[in-house]
Structures are given as structure tokens and as C-alpha cells.
Ligand binder design. Structure first.
Ligand code: ATP
Ligand code: MG
Ligand code: MG
Ligand code: MG
Length: 464
């Protein structure tokens, strides 16, 4: 039966191809949609179709979409299931089939192709979605205690403050069905993992928050490839699956440590490296270069986190390209562009790593001095100096502060930043880390940008 990452991807696409879906290639991580910085879900390339602005050449499609969610950056290595880079497997109906069919196929795929035992499955529906509840109960035969009604925050999917949206229904894997059906808490990630989200895309939300029905009823779904791999490979987390673990092992070898023998925080460092190196290789391959704004800043921040976690593991000097090579060779059969763009990826990584290493040491010395004074807080001026002189992203300083039980005076940091901006003569040379500023520098109209709730917050600069 199917267990490898490549096998899961192929089985998913084949299943839906057999059900009349056209297999389409993954779109770039750089979206056409100007409201998000990076592709955050499989539906994003289809947004104009859902909105009726573009006609789909096919009524049904299936994809394995590269995604990056920076809202999950703090979860990386800390939860068993979140990455920055992951692949979202999806099946889409553009005004063709709807709820009943989507539910029936999702169940067939999960239980017949991936052979998950129905006893291990549990589903959620939007609180008001009686139709979906009835479909799971009557058509699929899920016991009513295992159909959990959830609120809007979890079960009404939207790709942003405006745009196509709708109630959704999620399938979770239950690692411990023996614990029974009373007191079910789907948030308990020691017991449950969400792996498949079915969105019944049927409304458009306007800027005033009003919902109007779309011209057609659509289906948009997403299954996390790494999560299905975790389940089928019986691993304790996504990181130990064949989709990522070889990269982690390469990093462990360079650090001279044994992943299975080290403590939690060192394991987290290895997981961060494994995750982020996949992200940055794909980002550079899709044309992003490191900078201080927008997507470029996300890339820079991810690279700097890799370097820093390498140092936490005791790695000295440059190492990122050895890990990148491991990521490229692991991913190239599914994404040949990684090998084709290998030299671009490696020269960008080498340059960024070298530049950061140069200042990191001095910055770390300054930080050590600050910490030695045992302050309650790292001041705004200090955080700004670390940022401005030593290239420490504010979030990195915050992370280090947190590790030492401290906070950072963010308001003070912003004041120092504003003062610096005043001093800077030419506006376009100013490094602007504020969310709206970064977006406007990307040519995005920040007046329309309200910031996102839920899944899309990953793409605001604020969230990184
Ligand atoms: P979670 O509640 O676990 O954060 P989500 O509800 O935010 O997941 P969706 O927006 O519904 O996720 O995305 C569809 C699917 O994509 C999820 O069911 C999951 O399998 C996968 N997925 C979402 N976020 C991540 C991530 N950060 N890393 C890996 N897989 C993810
Ligand atoms: Mg969820
Ligand atoms: Mg979900
Ligand atoms: Mg999430």
C-alpha cells in the first residue's frame, strides 16, 4: 500500500484524475494575487475562477501545490504538524460537483486508497452547516458523536478579508480512538491531527463583510502531504517522514549529533533547519531574492534563522549549501526546477549566509553583554542597534530574548526605527519593516490591505 511521500502525491492525483479531474502543475510560490505575499493554499491560483473573473478551461482540477505559510513559523519544530513550506494536495470543482460528491470522494480516498481505518477518522463541520452534518451521518455513516460542529474561526474558510469563501468540513486522524467519543477536543494535538479540509466555496465576502452567493457553487480542498505521510509512515511528526528527514540527517551529520539522542531544543533546531532550507530553496527557485522588504525579507529571515540554529547546534562557518544540496536532491524528482536553478539557489544562499555570519558573531557578543546585565527587557534602542548594525531581524532578537525569559521593547524599537527613517534622506533607501510599508514597497496598495485573520495572516509581513 501507499506510504512514501512520492507515492501519496501520485495516488492522490491519480485518484482524482480517474474521477475526471485534470492534473495541473503547481503554481509558483509567488502568487499572481496581489493581496498575499506568497502562495498559501492550493486555491490561490484559482481565485479568479471562483470569483467568476476568469473561466476555467476544465470543470475539475487536481494539484499538488507548493505553499508557504509564515504564520506557522513559530510552530515549526514545536508542533508535530506545521511547516513553513509544505505541499497541499487539492481537488477543485469549478461550478461542477459540490458537497455530497466532495465528501464521498474524500472518504473513499482516505479509507480505500490510503486505507485509513474509519475508526480512526473524525470530522468537523461548520456549526450551521446541517447539510454537511447530514451527508457525513447518512451518506457516509459517521457516528454523530464523531461529527463535531465548530465555529467560524475554524470551519469557515476564507483566503483573506474579502474574496471567495465558504463553510468547510475537515477530516482528522484520531491516534487514540480507544479514548472514546465523549469529551472530544479536536484541538488536542496529542490525539488528533487535521489532514484534509473540504471548503464549500459558495460566497464572496465584500469589504463591508457582506456575503453574497457566488455565481457557481465550487469545491476547494487541501490535504497536507507531509501530514498524510506522518500518518501512513507512523511517525511521531511530519519531520521524521521521508519528505524531510534526509535533510535533517544531513544537518545532524554536519553538526556531529544524533537526532535521536539530543534534547528537545537541539531537535527543534534541526527541524527548523530541515524545514526552512526546503522553503528557501523553493523560494529562490521561484525567483525571490533576499532583501529587506516583502517576500525578500521573508527569505532573508528564514536564511538567518537557519544560520542561527546551525550555530546553536555548534556548527561553525558556512554550511547552508550542504543542507540545500540535500534538499535539492530529495525534492528534484517532484520539482526538477530545483536542480535546473541549483547555481542560482546556491549562490544566493552562500552570499546571504556569508553576509550574516560576518555580523552575527559581533551581534551575539553585544547580546551576551546585554543579557549579562540581567535586564528585565531588551530596550528598543538595543534591539534597533542589533537590527541596524548587526542585521538581527527584530523577531530573532525577540526569539533570543524569549529563550532567556525576557521581552523586547517593540514600541521602543519602532520609535528608533522611525527616528532613523527621519534621518534617512532618500525615502526609497529606507528599510521599512512595518507591514504596510513593506507591502507598499512591493507595489501593493496598502489602503486595501486590512491585514488578514486566520490562514492568510501568514502572508502579512507583520506576521513574520
Ligand atoms: P491547522 O489547523 O493544523 O493549522 P489549517 O486549518 O490552518 O491547519 P488549512 O488552511 O485548512 O489548514 O489547510 C489545508 C490543509 O493543509 C490542512 O488540513 C493541513 O493538512 C495542511 N496544512 C495547513 N497548514 C500547514 C502547515 N503549516 N504545515 C503543513 N501542512 C499544513
Ligand atoms: Mg485547522
Ligand atoms: Mg483547516
Ligand atoms: Mg493553521
Amino acid at each position: 500500500s501507499v506510504t512514501t511521500g512520492a507515492g501519496i502525491r501520485q495516488a492522490f492525483l491519480k485518484f482524482y484524475e480517474d474521477k475526471g479531474h485534470a492534473i495541473l502543475p503547481s503554481a509558483s510560490l509567488v502568487p499572481e494575487d496581489p493581496t498575499v505575499l506568497l502562495t498559501i493554499a492550493g486555491m490561490l491560483p484559482f481565485k479568479p475562477i471562483f470569483l467568476g473573473q476568469r473561466k476555467s478551461p476544465v470543470p475539475r482540477a487536481t494539484t499538488s501545490q507548493k505553499c508557504i505559510r509564515t504564520n506557522d513559523i513559530e510552530n515549526v519544530g514545536r508542533t508535530a504538524r506545521h511547516h513553513t513550506f509544505f505541499e497541499m494536495l487539492g481537488n477543485f470543482s469549478f461550478g461542477d460537483y459540490f458537497k455530497e460528491q466532495a465528501v464521498a470522494w474524500a472518504w473513499e480516498l482516505s479509507t480505500k486508497v490510503f486505507k485509513l481505518n474509519p475508526k480512526n477518522l473524525i470530522v468537523s463541520v461548520f456549526r450551521e452547516d446541517d447539510d454537511a452534518f447530514a451527508i457525513w451521518r447518512d451518506q457516509v455513516g459517521v457516528p454523530v458523536k464523531r461529527i463535531i460542529r465548530m465555529d467560524e474561526a475554524d470551519n469557515f474558510w476564507t483566503s483573506g478579508p474579502t474574496g471567495p469563501c465558504g463553510p468547510c468540513s475537515e477530516i482528522y486522524y484520531d491516534f487514540h480512538p480507544e479514548l472514546g467519543d465523549d469529551n472530544i477536543d479536536l484541538e488536542d494535538d496529542t490525539r488528533f491531527i487535521e489532514f484534509y479540509n473540504l471548503v464549500f466555496m459558495q460566497y464572496n465576502r465584500d469589504a463591508d463583510g457582506n456575503l453574497t452567493p457566488l455565481a457557481a457553487q465550487n469545491i476547494d480542498t487541501g490535504m497536507g502531504l507531509e501530514r498524510m505521510a506522518q500518518i501512513l509512515q507512523k511517525k511521531p511528526n511530519n519531520y521524521e517522514t521521508d519528505l524531510i528527514f534526509p535533510i535533517i540527517q544531513t544537518a545532524a551529520e554536519i553538526a556531529g549529533v544524533d537526532y535521536f539522542a539530543i534534547d528537545d531544543s537541539a531537535q527543534i533546531s534541526l527541524k527548523v533547519i530541515g524545514d526552512h532550507v526546503r522553503s528557501v530553496a523553493h523560494m529562490i527557485s521561484d525567483g525571490i531574492t533576499a532583501s529587506n522588504v516583502g517576500r525578500g525579507y521573508i527569505l532573508r529571515r528564514l536564511i538567518r534563522r537557519v544560520v542561527r540554529h546551525g550555530r546553536l547546534l555548534g556548527i561553525e562557518g558556512a554550511f547552508i549549501n550542504k543542507v540545500a544540496e540535500s534538499a535539492i536532491s530529495l525534492c528534484e524528482s517532484a520539482y526538477p526546477d530545483l536542480r535546473e536553478r541549483e547555481s542560482v539557489i546556491k549562490s544566493e544562499l552562500e552570499r546571504e549566509e556569508a553576509q550574516f555570519l560576518k555580523t552575527l558573531e559581533r551581534g551575539e557578543k553585544l547580546l551576551a553583554e546585554i543579557l549579562e546585565r540581567k535586564p528585565k527587557q531588551i530596550s528598543g534602542d538595543e534591539a534597533f542597534k542589533l537590527y541596524d548594525t548587526f542585521g538581527f531581524p527584530l523577531e530573532l532578537t525577540q526569539e533570543i530574548a524569549e529563550e532567556n525569559g525576557l521581552t523586547v521593547d517593540v514600541d521602543g524599537f519602532e520609535t528608533a526605527m522611525a527616528a532613523q527613517r527621519e534621518r534617512a534622506k532618500s525615502a526609497h533607501e529606507t528599510i521599512d519593516l512595518l507591514a504596510q510599508g513593506s507591502l507598499s514597497q512591493l507595489g501593493i496598495d496598502s489602503t486595501n490591505f486590512l491585514g488578514y485573520t486566520d490562514v492568510t495572516s501568514q502572508s502579512t509581513v507583520k506576521a513574520i
